[in-house]
Design a protein. Structure first.
Length: 337
């Protein structure tokens, strides 16, 4: 059984005593850029370079998983947001949107047809990269897309959306609903080209109060998840504090959930109660970037004890993460046996 097959087994519920390592969040590091010859910012946009950099996680460290793209700004850019391309150690980020009103939530504009969205710019590049990556049968391939609320925040402005929940909830609903057809269509296309669609949604309760979860996420995301599961697994990732809504998050129909759980890993696994699989929970900054290989090993061991089905970082890998720490994560089982 190869590393890819072990991940498939875990996703299908065949739990190993020592679960396989996997990274479904962003994987690129400066060291991998140097060794592959595929560096940011070009590797964020060029399909060939995107794939070349993604494959380094398998080629250099032995992970059974690879992931693309490396940014959460893909859909926002195609919809017209201004995006900084970033640098070798800095991912692209949204700078502004033509639809974000100043201090108030604007009405939903006329946006491009869904077919045009799928064939335009960065989305088209990601789909082309996914087609190229799909030829590599030896690895478990994850492609990420944003959830409807996340895209709406980029377009309408995050502060405007949060204030709108208090002042104009119907308009907030209109914004999120407008994003659903695009993300469902994107998920439907991506699922045909990979083993796992990771949907990234903004469920951080320090930003989105728990009482708004059903309105903003629970009523809109299941359709995207269902489309993503048509031909592949589907994972759900959220940054930030989500323990207050983890029951709701893990009950949306996805195969696996990935949250920032390293501060209270057992609380997450116990709350989820096997409703779906759980990936985690190695802290990507304090442990994986700033720690030692021994720190990584200890975090992996704690995640095993807490009941995670796959062992990996709880959020994206920092571009400054060392080879030694990634190698330890990939081979943690050899040290624990």
């Amino acid at each position: 059984m190869n590393a890819r097959d072990e991940i498939v087994d875990a996703m299908e519920g065949r739990r190993a005593e020592l679960p396989p390592p996997a990274v479904f969040t962003s994987t690129a590091t400066v060291s991998q850029m140097d060794s592959s010859g595929c560096s940011w910012p070009e590797a964020n946009f060029d399909p060939q370079k995107m794939v070349g950099l993604s494959l380094e996680m398998n080629r250099r460290f032995g992970f059974g998983s690879v992931r693309l793209p490396f940014s959460i700004a893909v859909e926002a850019k195609v919809h017209g947001c201004e995006v900084a391309e970033g640098k070798k150690d800095t991912p692209p980020m949204v700078l502004s949107s033509p639809y974000a009103g100043k201090g108030a939530l604007s009405d939903v504009p006329d946006l491009m047809p869904v077919d045009e969205f799928l064939s335009s710019g960065w989305v088209a590049s990601v789909l082309q990269a996914a087609e190229l990556m799909n030829k590599h049968e030896e690895v478990f391939k994850t492609v990420s897309i944003d959830g409807p609320f996340s895209v709406a925040e980029f377009l309408a402005g995050a502060e405007n959306m949060i204030m709108g929940l208090l002042m104009e909830p119907a308009l907030v609903d209109k914004w999120i609903s407008a994003m659903v057809p695009y993300q469902e269509a994107y998920a439907s296309r991506v699922t045909e080209l990979c083993d796992n669609v990771m949907v990234i949604e903004e469920a951080d309760t320090s930003i989105l109060p728990p009482e708004y979860f059903d309105q903003v996420i629970g009523s809109k995301l299941p359709g995207v998840i269902l489309k993503a599961m048509k031909s592949s697994f589907c994972s759900l990732h959220s940054c930030g504090d989500t323990i207050a809504v983890v029951d709701e998050l893990s009950n949306l129909g996805e195969d696996l959930i990935s949250c920032e759980a390293s501060e209270s890993p057992r609380a997450y696994t116990e709350r989820i109660h096997r409703k779906c699989k759980v990936l985690g929970s190695v802290n990507p900054i304090r442990v994986l970037m700033q720690g030692t290989p021994l720190d990584v090993l200890e975090a992996a061991a704690h995640s095993v004890e807490a009941g995670f089905d796959l062992i990996g970082p709880e959020c994206g890998v920092s571009p400054l993460t060392s080879d030694e720490n990634l190698m330890m994560l990939s081979h943690y089982r050899e040290r624990l046996r």
